[in-house]
Write a protein that binds this ligand. Structure first.
Ligand SMILES: [Zn+2]
Length: 423
Protein backbone atom coordinates (compact mmCIF):
# COMPACT_ATOMS: atom_id res chain seq x y z
CA UNK A 1 0.00 0.00 0.00
CA UNK A 2 1.44 3.38 -0.96
CA UNK A 3 1.96 5.53 2.12
CA UNK A 4 0.54 9.02 2.51
CA UNK A 5 1.76 11.99 4.44
CA UNK A 6 0.33 12.46 7.90
CA UNK A 7 -3.45 12.21 8.05
CA UNK A 8 -5.81 14.45 10.02
CA UNK A 9 -7.15 11.39 11.81
CA UNK A 10 -6.60 7.63 11.69
CA UNK A 11 -8.93 4.98 13.06
CA UNK A 12 -6.96 1.81 13.82
CA UNK A 13 -7.61 -1.71 15.12
CA UNK A 14 -11.05 -2.11 13.53
CA UNK A 15 -11.81 -5.82 13.92
CA UNK A 16 -13.72 -6.07 10.63
CA UNK A 17 -14.10 -3.18 8.22
CA UNK A 18 -16.89 -3.65 5.66
CA UNK A 19 -15.75 -1.33 2.86
CA UNK A 20 -18.61 -2.36 0.50
CA UNK A 21 -15.99 -2.27 -2.27
CA UNK A 22 -15.64 -5.86 -3.44
CA UNK A 23 -13.35 -4.87 -6.32
CA UNK A 24 -10.71 -3.58 -3.90
CA UNK A 25 -10.89 -6.18 -1.14
CA UNK A 26 -12.76 -9.24 -2.41
CA UNK A 27 -15.82 -11.00 -1.03
CA UNK A 28 -19.24 -9.43 -1.44
CA UNK A 29 -18.65 -6.73 1.20
CA UNK A 30 -14.94 -6.02 0.70
CA UNK A 31 -13.97 -6.99 4.27
CA UNK A 32 -10.62 -5.93 5.78
CA UNK A 33 -9.68 -7.55 9.10
CA UNK A 34 -7.57 -5.58 11.59
CA UNK A 35 -8.26 -2.51 9.50
CA UNK A 36 -7.31 1.15 9.65
CA UNK A 37 -8.77 4.13 7.85
CA UNK A 38 -7.00 7.47 7.42
CA UNK A 39 -8.93 10.69 6.88
CA UNK A 40 -7.64 13.95 5.46
CA UNK A 41 -9.51 17.10 4.43
CA UNK A 42 -12.88 15.44 4.98
CA UNK A 43 -12.15 12.52 2.69
CA UNK A 44 -10.93 8.96 3.03
CA UNK A 45 -7.19 9.22 2.36
CA UNK A 46 -6.08 5.64 2.92
CA UNK A 47 -7.57 2.20 3.75
CA UNK A 48 -5.56 -0.85 4.81
CA UNK A 49 -4.43 -2.95 7.75
CA UNK A 50 -3.46 -1.31 11.03
CA UNK A 51 0.20 -2.35 10.85
CA UNK A 52 0.64 -0.16 7.74
CA UNK A 53 -1.42 2.80 8.88
CA UNK A 54 0.04 6.27 8.23
CA UNK A 55 0.95 8.56 11.09
CA UNK A 56 -1.46 11.08 12.50
CA UNK A 57 -1.76 13.36 15.54
CA UNK A 58 -5.17 11.78 16.22
CA UNK A 59 -5.28 7.98 16.45
CA UNK A 60 -8.67 6.54 17.40
CA UNK A 61 -8.93 2.98 18.71
CA UNK A 62 -11.48 0.85 16.81
CA UNK A 63 -11.05 -2.26 18.99
CA UNK A 64 -14.11 -4.45 19.44
CA UNK A 65 -15.97 -2.81 16.56
CA UNK A 66 -17.21 -3.48 13.06
CA UNK A 67 -16.45 -0.56 10.74
CA UNK A 68 -19.00 0.37 8.10
CA UNK A 69 -19.49 3.31 5.76
CA UNK A 70 -21.91 5.93 7.07
CA UNK A 71 -25.36 4.42 6.56
CA UNK A 72 -27.70 5.90 3.96
CA UNK A 73 -31.46 6.03 4.62
CA UNK A 74 -32.72 6.62 1.08
CA UNK A 75 -36.50 6.91 1.71
CA UNK A 76 -38.05 8.87 4.58
CA UNK A 77 -40.90 11.30 5.18
CA UNK A 78 -39.04 12.83 8.13
CA UNK A 79 -40.57 16.32 8.09
CA UNK A 80 -44.05 16.43 9.57
CA UNK A 81 -46.04 17.83 12.48
CA UNK A 82 -48.65 16.18 14.69
CA UNK A 83 -49.09 12.57 15.76
CA UNK A 84 -51.02 9.64 14.35
CA UNK A 85 -50.71 7.46 17.42
CA UNK A 86 -54.50 7.52 17.82
CA UNK A 87 -54.92 5.99 14.38
CA UNK A 88 -52.85 3.04 15.44
CA UNK A 89 -55.62 2.20 17.88
CA UNK A 90 -58.18 2.39 15.05
CA UNK A 91 -56.06 0.18 12.83
CA UNK A 92 -55.75 -2.41 15.57
CA UNK A 93 -59.56 -2.34 15.82
CA UNK A 94 -59.78 -3.39 12.18
CA UNK A 95 -59.73 -0.18 10.10
CA UNK A 96 -57.43 -0.50 7.06
CA UNK A 97 -54.86 2.10 6.00
CA UNK A 98 -56.89 2.81 2.83
CA UNK A 99 -60.14 3.22 4.82
CA UNK A 100 -58.53 5.67 7.23
CA UNK A 101 -57.12 7.64 4.29
CA UNK A 102 -60.48 7.77 2.52
CA UNK A 103 -62.22 9.01 5.67
CA UNK A 104 -59.89 12.01 5.99
CA UNK A 105 -57.32 10.52 8.35
CA UNK A 106 -53.90 9.17 7.53
CA UNK A 107 -51.88 11.53 5.34
CA UNK A 108 -54.76 14.08 5.48
CA UNK A 109 -54.43 14.36 9.27
CA UNK A 110 -50.70 14.96 9.00
CA UNK A 111 -51.25 17.55 6.25
CA UNK A 112 -53.57 19.54 8.54
CA UNK A 113 -51.03 19.51 11.39
CA UNK A 114 -48.08 20.29 9.11
CA UNK A 115 -49.77 23.28 7.47
CA UNK A 116 -50.61 24.63 10.94
CA UNK A 117 -47.04 24.25 12.26
CA UNK A 118 -44.54 27.12 12.31
CA UNK A 119 -41.30 26.93 10.30
CA UNK A 120 -39.41 26.60 13.58
CA UNK A 121 -41.55 23.65 14.69
CA UNK A 122 -41.03 21.88 11.35
CA UNK A 123 -37.24 22.31 11.57
CA UNK A 124 -37.12 21.22 15.21
CA UNK A 125 -39.29 18.13 14.63
CA UNK A 126 -37.20 17.05 11.65
CA UNK A 127 -33.93 17.81 13.44
CA UNK A 128 -34.94 15.56 16.35
CA UNK A 129 -35.51 12.68 13.91
CA UNK A 130 -32.24 13.36 12.07
CA UNK A 131 -30.36 13.45 15.37
CA UNK A 132 -31.78 10.04 16.29
CA UNK A 133 -30.71 8.79 12.84
CA UNK A 134 -27.17 10.04 13.43
CA UNK A 135 -27.09 8.19 16.76
CA UNK A 136 -27.60 4.97 14.78
CA UNK A 137 -24.86 5.70 12.24
CA UNK A 138 -27.00 7.19 9.46
CA UNK A 139 -24.91 9.97 7.86
CA UNK A 140 -27.01 10.57 4.72
CA UNK A 141 -30.80 10.72 4.73
CA UNK A 142 -33.37 11.45 2.06
CA UNK A 143 -36.36 13.49 3.25
CA UNK A 144 -39.55 13.87 1.24
CA UNK A 145 -42.13 16.61 1.42
CA UNK A 146 -45.74 15.59 0.79
CA UNK A 147 -47.52 16.83 3.93
CA UNK A 148 -47.85 20.41 2.69
CA UNK A 149 -49.61 19.93 -0.67
CA UNK A 150 -49.57 23.63 -1.54
CA UNK A 151 -46.70 25.45 -3.22
CA UNK A 152 -46.05 27.41 -0.01
CA UNK A 153 -46.20 24.44 2.37
CA UNK A 154 -44.29 21.99 0.16
CA UNK A 155 -41.46 24.50 -0.15
CA UNK A 156 -41.55 25.15 3.60
CA UNK A 157 -41.14 21.42 4.32
CA UNK A 158 -38.21 21.00 1.92
CA UNK A 159 -36.44 24.07 3.30
CA UNK A 160 -37.07 22.79 6.85
CA UNK A 161 -35.48 19.43 5.97
CA UNK A 162 -32.35 21.10 4.59
CA UNK A 163 -32.10 23.44 7.60
CA UNK A 164 -32.51 20.52 9.98
CA UNK A 165 -29.72 18.65 8.18
CA UNK A 166 -27.36 21.64 8.57
CA UNK A 167 -28.33 22.01 12.22
CA UNK A 168 -27.68 18.34 13.06
CA UNK A 169 -24.67 17.77 10.75
CA UNK A 170 -26.28 15.04 8.62
CA UNK A 171 -26.19 15.02 4.83
CA UNK A 172 -29.81 15.58 3.66
CA UNK A 173 -31.16 15.10 0.14
CA UNK A 174 -34.68 16.36 -0.48
CA UNK A 175 -37.51 14.98 -2.57
CA UNK A 176 -40.60 16.90 -3.65
CA UNK A 177 -43.71 14.74 -3.13
CA UNK A 178 -46.59 17.08 -3.96
CA UNK A 179 -48.16 14.01 -5.60
CA UNK A 180 -48.52 12.25 -2.24
CA UNK A 181 -52.30 12.43 -2.01
CA UNK A 182 -55.04 14.70 -3.35
CA UNK A 183 -55.66 17.11 -0.44
CA UNK A 184 -59.12 17.29 1.12
CA UNK A 185 -59.95 20.68 -0.40
CA UNK A 186 -59.41 19.24 -3.90
CA UNK A 187 -61.38 16.02 -3.45
CA UNK A 188 -63.96 17.15 -6.03
CA UNK A 189 -61.40 18.91 -8.23
CA UNK A 190 -58.47 16.53 -8.55
CA UNK A 191 -57.49 17.70 -12.03
CA UNK A 192 -57.10 21.22 -10.63
CA UNK A 193 -54.80 19.78 -7.97
CA UNK A 194 -52.63 17.99 -10.56
CA UNK A 195 -52.40 21.27 -12.47
CA UNK A 196 -51.37 23.07 -9.27
CA UNK A 197 -48.51 20.58 -8.84
CA UNK A 198 -47.36 21.25 -12.40
CA UNK A 199 -47.90 25.00 -12.53
CA UNK A 200 -47.45 26.22 -8.94
CA UNK A 201 -45.65 23.65 -6.77
CA UNK A 202 -42.91 22.51 -9.14
CA UNK A 203 -41.70 26.04 -9.94
CA UNK A 204 -41.78 26.87 -6.20
CA UNK A 205 -39.70 23.88 -5.08
CA UNK A 206 -37.24 23.16 -7.89
CA UNK A 207 -34.44 25.11 -6.20
CA UNK A 208 -34.84 23.28 -2.88
CA UNK A 209 -35.44 19.70 -4.11
CA UNK A 210 -33.00 17.14 -5.47
CA UNK A 211 -35.68 14.69 -6.61
CA UNK A 212 -39.38 14.45 -7.33
CA UNK A 213 -41.56 11.48 -6.39
CA UNK A 214 -45.17 10.44 -6.98
CA UNK A 215 -47.40 8.03 -5.03
CA UNK A 216 -49.09 6.13 -7.84
CA UNK A 217 -51.63 3.82 -6.24
CA UNK A 218 -55.20 3.18 -5.23
CA UNK A 219 -56.36 6.19 -3.17
CA UNK A 220 -53.49 8.35 -4.45
CA UNK A 221 -52.64 9.17 -8.10
CA UNK A 222 -53.36 7.33 -11.33
CA UNK A 223 -50.59 6.16 -13.62
CA UNK A 224 -51.42 8.94 -16.07
CA UNK A 225 -51.43 11.67 -13.40
CA UNK A 226 -48.19 10.40 -11.94
CA UNK A 227 -46.55 10.27 -15.36
CA UNK A 228 -47.47 13.91 -16.05
CA UNK A 229 -45.96 15.04 -12.75
CA UNK A 230 -42.79 12.99 -13.13
CA UNK A 231 -42.16 14.02 -16.73
CA UNK A 232 -42.56 17.69 -15.78
CA UNK A 233 -40.22 17.23 -12.82
CA UNK A 234 -37.60 15.56 -15.02
CA UNK A 235 -37.89 18.42 -17.50
CA UNK A 236 -37.31 20.83 -14.57
CA UNK A 237 -34.03 19.04 -13.84
CA UNK A 238 -35.05 16.92 -10.84
CA UNK A 239 -34.14 13.25 -10.41
CA UNK A 240 -37.10 10.86 -10.40
CA UNK A 241 -38.34 8.44 -7.72
CA UNK A 242 -41.65 6.58 -7.63
CA UNK A 243 -43.84 5.04 -4.89
CA UNK A 244 -44.94 2.02 -6.92
CA UNK A 245 -47.03 -1.14 -6.67
CA UNK A 246 -47.48 -0.88 -2.87
CA UNK A 247 -51.24 -1.32 -2.40
CA UNK A 248 -52.26 -2.34 -5.93
CA UNK A 249 -50.74 -3.11 -9.33
CA UNK A 250 -50.74 0.06 -11.43
CA UNK A 251 -47.86 -0.21 -13.91
CA UNK A 252 -45.87 2.40 -11.97
CA UNK A 253 -42.72 0.28 -11.78
CA UNK A 254 -42.59 -0.08 -15.57
CA UNK A 255 -43.18 3.68 -15.85
CA UNK A 256 -40.25 4.29 -13.49
CA UNK A 257 -38.01 2.20 -15.75
CA UNK A 258 -39.28 4.01 -18.82
CA UNK A 259 -38.53 7.41 -17.24
CA UNK A 260 -35.06 6.30 -16.10
CA UNK A 261 -35.97 6.83 -12.45
CA UNK A 262 -33.06 6.68 -10.02
CA UNK A 263 -35.20 4.46 -7.75
CA UNK A 264 -38.56 2.76 -7.55
CA UNK A 265 -39.81 2.22 -4.04
CA UNK A 266 -42.11 -0.26 -2.21
CA UNK A 267 -42.92 -2.87 -4.93
CA UNK A 268 -44.92 -5.13 -2.58
CA UNK A 269 -47.24 -6.07 -5.48
CA UNK A 270 -44.85 -5.66 -8.42
CA UNK A 271 -45.34 -8.22 -11.19
CA UNK A 272 -42.07 -10.21 -11.29
CA UNK A 273 -41.63 -9.75 -15.05
CA UNK A 274 -41.03 -5.99 -14.57
CA UNK A 275 -37.67 -6.74 -12.91
CA UNK A 276 -35.83 -7.02 -16.24
CA UNK A 277 -37.06 -3.54 -17.24
CA UNK A 278 -35.73 -2.08 -13.98
CA UNK A 279 -32.39 -3.81 -14.54
CA UNK A 280 -32.09 -2.40 -18.06
CA UNK A 281 -32.90 1.10 -16.83
CA UNK A 282 -30.43 0.88 -13.92
CA UNK A 283 -33.24 1.79 -11.51
CA UNK A 284 -32.64 0.81 -7.86
CA UNK A 285 -35.42 -1.12 -6.07
CA UNK A 286 -35.95 0.39 -2.61
CA UNK A 287 -37.44 -2.11 -0.15
CA UNK A 288 -39.36 -0.80 2.86
CA UNK A 289 -39.84 -3.63 5.37
CA UNK A 290 -41.22 -1.32 8.07
CA UNK A 291 -44.26 -0.61 5.89
CA UNK A 292 -44.63 -4.33 5.10
CA UNK A 293 -44.57 -5.07 8.81
CA UNK A 294 -47.07 -2.43 9.90
CA UNK A 295 -49.49 -2.89 6.98
CA UNK A 296 -49.19 -6.68 6.82
CA UNK A 297 -48.27 -6.52 3.14
CA UNK A 298 -46.50 -9.26 1.18
CA UNK A 299 -42.79 -9.15 0.33
CA UNK A 300 -41.75 -7.62 -2.99
CA UNK A 301 -40.66 -10.25 -5.57
CA UNK A 302 -37.08 -10.50 -4.27
CA UNK A 303 -36.17 -13.58 -6.28
CA UNK A 304 -37.09 -11.86 -9.55
CA UNK A 305 -35.21 -8.67 -8.60
CA UNK A 306 -32.16 -10.70 -7.59
CA UNK A 307 -32.23 -12.86 -10.72
CA UNK A 308 -32.50 -9.79 -12.97
CA UNK A 309 -29.59 -8.08 -11.18
CA UNK A 310 -31.60 -5.09 -9.95
CA UNK A 311 -29.65 -3.29 -7.17
CA UNK A 312 -31.72 -3.51 -3.97
CA UNK A 313 -31.68 -0.86 -1.25
CA UNK A 314 -33.38 -1.01 2.16
CA UNK A 315 -34.83 2.10 3.80
CA UNK A 316 -36.99 2.97 6.81
CA UNK A 317 -39.86 4.85 5.09
CA UNK A 318 -39.93 6.79 8.39
CA UNK A 319 -43.36 8.46 8.59
CA UNK A 320 -45.99 9.07 11.27
CA UNK A 321 -48.47 6.43 10.09
CA UNK A 322 -47.60 3.40 7.96
CA UNK A 323 -43.95 2.98 8.98
CA UNK A 324 -43.22 4.71 12.28
CA UNK A 325 -39.66 3.42 12.48
CA UNK A 326 -36.38 5.28 12.05
CA UNK A 327 -33.99 2.47 12.93
CA UNK A 328 -32.22 1.46 9.71
CA UNK A 329 -30.37 -1.41 11.41
CA UNK A 330 -33.71 -2.87 12.48
CA UNK A 331 -34.99 -2.46 8.91
CA UNK A 332 -31.94 -4.34 7.57
CA UNK A 333 -32.80 -7.19 9.93
CA UNK A 334 -36.49 -7.01 8.96
CA UNK A 335 -35.53 -7.21 5.28
CA UNK A 336 -33.97 -10.60 6.07
CA UNK A 337 -36.87 -11.76 8.25
CA UNK A 338 -39.76 -10.60 6.04
CA UNK A 339 -38.19 -10.62 2.55
CA UNK A 340 -35.44 -13.23 2.92
CA UNK A 341 -32.60 -10.97 1.87
CA UNK A 342 -29.14 -12.34 2.60
CA UNK A 343 -26.98 -10.61 5.21
CA UNK A 344 -24.82 -9.20 2.40
CA UNK A 345 -27.86 -7.90 0.49
CA UNK A 346 -29.21 -6.23 3.62
CA UNK A 347 -25.87 -4.53 4.37
CA UNK A 348 -25.34 -3.35 0.79
CA UNK A 349 -28.98 -2.23 0.92
CA UNK A 350 -28.38 0.28 3.74
CA UNK A 351 -25.05 1.53 2.36
CA UNK A 352 -23.81 1.28 -1.20
CA UNK A 353 -27.10 0.51 -2.98
CA UNK A 354 -28.95 3.10 -0.88
CA UNK A 355 -26.42 5.68 -2.07
CA UNK A 356 -27.09 4.59 -5.67
CA UNK A 357 -30.80 5.17 -5.01
CA UNK A 358 -29.82 8.79 -4.33
CA UNK A 359 -27.56 9.05 -7.37
CA UNK A 360 -24.49 9.25 -5.08
CA UNK A 361 -22.07 6.41 -5.92
CA UNK A 362 -19.42 8.21 -3.84
CA UNK A 363 -21.36 7.51 -0.61
CA UNK A 364 -22.06 4.22 1.19
CA UNK A 365 -18.50 2.95 0.60
CA UNK A 366 -15.14 3.19 2.39
CA UNK A 367 -12.90 4.02 -0.53
CA UNK A 368 -9.99 6.43 -1.05
CA UNK A 369 -11.31 9.77 -2.26
CA UNK A 370 -14.85 9.27 -0.94
CA UNK A 371 -16.34 11.63 1.67
CA UNK A 372 -15.13 10.45 5.09
CA UNK A 373 -18.39 9.03 6.44
CA UNK A 374 -17.34 6.23 8.76
CA UNK A 375 -19.13 4.40 11.58
CA UNK A 376 -17.81 2.06 14.25
CA UNK A 377 -20.51 -0.33 15.45
CA UNK A 378 -20.16 -2.19 18.74
CA UNK A 379 -21.84 -5.60 18.53
CA UNK A 380 -24.91 -6.31 20.65
CA UNK A 381 -23.89 -7.28 24.20
CA UNK A 382 -22.16 -10.66 24.34
CA UNK A 383 -21.93 -11.02 20.55
CA UNK A 384 -18.78 -11.00 18.40
CA UNK A 385 -17.70 -7.98 16.31
CA UNK A 386 -19.11 -9.48 13.13
CA UNK A 387 -21.71 -8.40 10.60
CA UNK A 388 -23.75 -11.57 11.13
CA UNK A 389 -24.42 -10.53 14.74
CA UNK A 390 -25.37 -6.99 13.68
CA UNK A 391 -27.92 -8.19 11.13
CA UNK A 392 -29.31 -11.04 13.24
CA UNK A 393 -30.40 -8.74 16.04
CA UNK A 394 -33.44 -6.51 15.75
CA UNK A 395 -32.17 -4.33 18.61
CA UNK A 396 -29.00 -3.65 20.58
CA UNK A 397 -27.04 -1.83 17.86
CA UNK A 398 -24.63 0.74 19.25
CA UNK A 399 -22.81 3.24 17.05
CA UNK A 400 -19.64 3.95 19.03
CA UNK A 401 -18.20 6.52 16.64
CA UNK A 402 -19.88 8.39 13.77
CA UNK A 403 -17.76 10.51 11.43
CA UNK A 404 -19.48 12.68 8.81
CA UNK A 405 -17.28 14.31 6.19
CA UNK A 406 -14.23 13.89 8.44
CA UNK A 407 -15.92 15.49 11.46
CA UNK A 408 -16.66 13.44 14.58
CA UNK A 409 -20.44 13.71 15.03
CA UNK A 410 -20.93 11.03 17.70
CA UNK A 411 -18.38 9.67 20.14
CA UNK A 412 -20.36 7.38 22.42
CA UNK A 413 -17.64 6.22 24.79
CA UNK A 414 -15.08 8.94 24.27
CA UNK A 415 -12.75 7.13 21.84
CA UNK A 416 -12.20 10.27 19.79
CA UNK A 417 -12.02 12.54 22.85
CA UNK A 418 -9.31 10.39 24.48
CA UNK A 419 -7.37 10.17 21.19
CA UNK A 420 -7.24 13.94 21.03
CA UNK A 421 -5.92 14.12 24.60
CA UNK A 422 -2.88 12.08 23.53
CA UNK A 423 -1.67 14.84 21.21
ZN1 LIG B 1 -42.81 6.47 1.41
Amino acid sequence: MVGIEAADMVVVGIERLLTMVASDWGGVLGVVEGAAVAIRDGRIAWVGTSDQAPSSPIIIDGAGCVGVPGLVDCHTHAVWAGSRAGEWRARLSGASYAEILESGGGIHATVRATRAATDRALVDGCAARLSAALDRGITTIEVKSGYGLTAHDERRCLVAARRAGQQVGVRVLTTFLGAHTVPAEHRATREAYVRSILQEQLPAVREVADFADAFIDRGAFTLDEGARVLRAAAAAGLGIKVHAEQLSVTGAAALAAELGAVSVDHLERMPPEVASELARAGTVAVLLPGACLYLGDPSPPIQALRAAGVPMAVATDLNPGSSPIGDLWACATLSCVLMRLTIEEALLGITRNAALALGRPDLGVVRVGAPADLVLMAPPAGEPAHEDALVQRLDGHRAELVVVGGRVARDRSGRAASAQKLR
